[in-house]
Design a protein around this ligand. Structure first.
Ligand code: AMP
Ligand code: MG
Length: 520
């Protein structure tokens, strides 16, 4: 197919499906629309009554070669609401399947989203631009194709916060309100979210073709995904096996990052597992406050399938479904059924070492260990695990504990603040003695350790009660200033920002958000 993430901007001719009256032109160079009919349905967004801009992400727009002022203009807002097509758009709903909470659904697909097209950013990488909440599609089943304001603001805040933390994620380009009501448990204001992704390919996209026995489609999808995300796999003797290992590696490292920031995705279905290795489909997701390995926020996750501590297992399960879907290709490539199965099993066996390597390297950095290239010492993993055990027993705040340790690395005088986070401060004291002994084995000045630790232990995460506050202000008073402020703070999570210290404070019991909802 000859496309790659880093392809020069001029490799593809701009498509010609421009609407004559469009005043907004995106530098679209679409490739997914060129794939056969089985991959998507050509579907236009459905008009909304009275679009109003909430926000354009200026920095991201510029990175994509888009003019933020044009997006903010009346014509731009019409485009962001789906009322008008930008020149070069070829809107389509992508077909995919997926395991939802373990149950296979052979056809899901974009039920409330339109891929408008692809642009190549200033970084030379290709990005999808998608409207979410832009009306029914052939995949809507019984859904209304719409999104409510609350979940749109949540996805905006959480995905931008993840980007600020350096976690691979889809991004928020813009959000608008529609002037229409959407009916959920209660009537809610409607909104349309503009999402940017390295691509919208999911494990479920592969399952869609596998479930139909469409090996030609599967082969074409794999070639597309490889060219776009894993060009290096195509250069090996066993491209499909290398591709599978590539996805496994990126997912393993992604989930390790989630774990090390206390992030709970909440709906790790195979249709929400991206092939590019980005965090995608922010639904009832949340960050931990008090550390609790079994923590679940999502109202629909009754069995705790996607609990915080289960996320590596869930990812491995999803990747096993990807391997299964790829089996016909793996068999073809390996020259036999058994050899194909062995390739799948071998690839899946790389998950645990990839995950654990990333998880413990991350934890060591969080604790200021081996930061200047020193090798891991025996006992480092146990030291990290023992802290986590103490934190769980003492319900210590995840983010504040690690941020507090940055100061403690310089002087034990700072321990007072950290130990106060523990229901059993003596347990922390005993652990801190061991940690200090280990820190003494590190070369370099304590101040340098602390500085390095501050680069991986954020002061700010979007705490649930603040996200809730933002949503309530927007829904009840059409006041988006709390939204703007939370976004500004989250863009620099590793800076102290003393003027925004309130956002570091965990929820008081009466503020505590115990459940989050999909809102779909
Ligand atoms: P999600 O939980 O957002 O990942 O969505 C799971 C599936 O349900 C996807 O196929 C969505 O497109 C579809 N879906 C979610 N909400 C709606 C809605 N309001 N209308 C139509 N389809 C929806
Ligand atoms: Mg989804």
């Amino acid at each position: 197919m000859g496309l790659s993430e880093t392809m020069p901007r001029t490799d593809f001719p701009a498509n010609t499906a421009a609407s004559a009256e469009a005043e907004i032109a995106f530098p679209f160079v679409n490739t997914y629309a060129r794939l056969p009919q089985t991959f998507h349905r050509r579907t236009d967004p459905v008009r909304v009554a009275a679009p109003k801009l909430i926000r354009v992400n200026d920095a991201l727009a510029r990175q994509l070669g888009l003019d933020p002022e044009a997006l903010r203009s009346p014509a731009g807002v019409e485009v962001l609401a789906g009322n008008r097509l930008a020149a070069g758009s070829e809107p389509l709903a992508i077909a995919y399947a997926g395991h939802q909470f373990g149950n296979f659904v052979p056809q899901l697909g974009d039920g409330r989203a339109n891929l408008l097209g692809e642009v190549v950013g200033l970084d030379g990488k290709r990005y999808d631009i998608q409207l979410k909440g832009s009306g029914p599609t052939p995949f809507s089943r019984r859904g209304d194709g719409r999104a409510a304001l609350g979940p749109v603001l949540r996805e905006y805040i959480l995905s931008e916060a993840m980007a600020g933390l350096g976690v691979p994620s889809t991004r928020a380009l813009a959000a608008v309100t529609t002037g229409q009501v959407v009916l959920r448990e209660t009537p809610q204001p409607g909104a349309v979210f503009t999402r940017v992704a390295a691509s919208h390919l999911r494990v479920g996209t592969f399952q869609y073709f596998a479930a139909r026995g469409d090996v030609a489609g599967l082969r074409m999808l794999a070639a597309y995904a490889m060219a776009r995300h894993y060009p290096e796999a195509g250069e090996t003797d066993r491209p499909y096996a290398a591709f599978l290992r590539g996805v496994i590696g990126r997912q393993a490292r992604l989930v390790a990052q989630w774990m090390n920031f206390g992030f709970i995705h909440g709906v790790m279905n195979t249709d929400n597992t991206s092939i590019s290795g980005e965090t995608i489909d922010y639904g009832p997701c949340a960050f931990l406050e008090a550390y609790e390995p079994g923590k679940v926020f999502s109202s629909i996750d009754r069995g705790g399938r996607y609990a915080y501590g289960n996320q590596p297992n869930a990812a491995h399960w999803n990747l096993t479904r990807l391997a299964e879907a790829l089996l016909p290709l793996l068999e073809e490539e390996a020259g036999g059924d058994e050899a194909g199965m062995t390739a799948a099993v071998d690839a899946l066996a790389t998950f645990a070492p990839e995950y654990e390597g990333a998880r413990y390297a991350g934890l060591r950095r969080k604790l200021g260990l081996a930061v200047d290239g020193n090798w891991e010492r025996d006992g480092d993993a146990a030291l990290a695990e023992d802290l986590l055990t103490c934190m769980a027993e003492s319900r210590a705040d995840f983010t504040l504990t690690f941020r507090g340790l940055c100061e403690s690395a310089v002087s034990s005088a700072a321990d007072e603040e950290v130990r106060a986070l523990f229901a059993d401060p003596a347990a922390f004291d005993a652990w801190a003695v061991r940690w200090r002994l280990r820190l003494q084995g590190e070369s370099g000045r304590p101040e340098d350790h602390a500085a390095t630790m501050r680069e991986v232990n954020p002061a700010f995460i979007p705490r649930n009660h603040f996200v809730q506050e933002v949503i309530e202000a927007a829904e009840q008073r059409k006041d988006f200033s709390p939204f703007e402020e939370l976004l500004r703070v989250g863009a620099h999570p590793f800076d102290d920002q003393p003027e925004h210290a309130r956002y570091t404070i965990p929820a008081r019991p009466e503020q505590c958000v115990r459940q989050t909802f999909c809102g779909t």
